[in-house]
Design a binder for this molecule. Structure first.
Ligand SMILES: Cc1cc2nc3c(=O)[nH]c(=O)nc-3n(C[C@H](O)[C@H](O)[C@H](O)COP(=O)(O)O)c2cc1C
Length: 184
């Protein structure tokens, strides 16, 4: 079977690019009490080696503490035009200014719109409305800005169409991807 989930995901990105929401996915982590914690984020592209998915987030948000404790999560990404879902289990690394990936973090910051950047100067997300101090604009990117790199370990790809439905599960074993078709 000549299949690689990464090619399938690239195809999905291309085929769904007419939808403004095609770069949003849901990212679930586990909180300190064991509850799943899920939220929408923007896919910002792949790392230079093409292996990891990148997301920008705020250092003060709950997900960052959850990632410090657990370091893993799951993406759920549905493409409405091509009617397919990718569920991607990942290890997740958090990169700040001190990380070896600082250049990638700065590059992402430079590529973002002014509106997207502005949020990183707002008072801390999740605090009671009106509480907390805004972030100073001394350092760019500001310390509140983090690059998340999501390193896939297992991918469950479900295609609802065209008929018949298809589902493939890919797992990473000793550095190589193995895909198998399963019943949808
Ligand atoms: C369409 C959409 C895109 C979003 N993109 C991001 C994003 O790229 N990064 C991010 O940290 N939060 C993003 N958010 C906000 C998150 O869904 C969430 O509310 C916020 O990150 C706080 O989550 P947390 O408290 O679980 O950390 C987005 C929300 C929506 C609705």
């Amino acid at each position: 079977m000549d299949y690689h989930w990464r090619d399938a995901l690239q195809d999905a990105l291309r085929r769904n690019r007419g939808d403004a929401h095609h770069r949003y996915f849901q990212l679930a982590t586990i909180d300190e009490a064991g509850w799943p914690a899920n939220r929408s984020v923007v896919f910002r592209g792949f790392s230079d080696d093409g292996q990891r998915l990148q997301v920008a987030t705020d250092a003060r948000s709950d997900k960052v503490a959850q990632l410090a404790a657990a370091g893993r999560g799951e993406i759920c990404w549905y493409f409405t035009r091509s009617r397919e879902q990718f569920r991607i289990r990942c290890f997740i690394d958090v990169h700040d200014a001190a990380a070896p990936e600082a250049a990638a973090r700065s590059g992402l910051w430079s590529s973002m719109s002014a509106a997207a950047r502005a949020q990183f100067f707002w008072p801390a997300p999740g605090r009671p409305l009106g509480e907390g101090e805004p972030v100073a604009e001394e350092e760019l990117p500001p310390p509140s800005f983090l690059l998340l790199e999501l390193d896939p370990q297992r991918v469950d790809h479900l295609q609802l169409g065209p008929d018949p439905q298809r589902r493939r599960i890919s797992t990473l074993q000793q550095g190589a991807w193995h895909a198998r078709a399963v019943n949808p």
